[in-house]
Design a protein around this ligand. Sequence first.
Ligand SMILES: [Zn+2]
Length: 269
Amino acid sequence: MLRRFREWRRKRLIERYSFADQDWTAALAPYRFFDRLSADENRRLRELVSLFCAEKEFAPGNDFTITLATQLQIAAQACLPILNLDLTFYSGWTGIVVYEGEVWVRREEMDEDGVMHVYNDIISGEAMPGGPVVLSWDDVTQAGSAASPSYNVVIHEFAHKIDMLKGDATGVPPFSPAYHAALNGREFEATLHQCFDAFAAQVDQWERRGQAEADAPLIDPYAAEHPSEFFAVLSEAFFTRPQDLRDTFPDMYRLLAAYYLQEPLRPGD
Ligand SMILES: [Zn+2]
């Protein structure tokens, strides 16, 4: 009975938050990584986007105007990582605040001597445990550009959201018995830390050599900031530049495939 009710409610929400074919096609068009989806995956992603829009609240930052295109482009990218999981991975919060350009945030930090430092920080996006996801629309649209093929602020922030389901972001996302019975959580954690340490050392050496563009790591050096950033940046790469991720960290590619239950690289790639 409950299952039938849930199914009925799900169908109603999908109908209520449905959108035209051309709007859906236009939302996916700037992002080449959607091309690999099969017709069935595309249809399921579209349904998930309707459910996502029913559940979440988009709000403008400053005087930005949120259109259907804004919502669909963000929702489609946000839902890609959970295409074979479900919306409970984004539970416990509802807001998505979208600014037109750079987002200025006020930070307060206490140093070791107990002195409070207040400063302004410019960010492209942010996710806080239990709070909203904040995004800069300029940065969202850059994700599709040729200049930054592996940069994806939406997937980055939503990977943090998955990580934060269990509290503060650590880089080790929660494992669900329904989806991750075959995944060894300890192996995931150990491999993530091992690869993170190796990458941090690599970035450190690259910085000492003067950060030459020609020998820059394939993975965004920002991943070396913290294991949680490593998980978020590797998740971006997994969906947008899977080849680069597999070439750099084959074990992390395999573990993320087991986590997200997706295989962005086809056999022979
Ligand atoms: Zn981050």
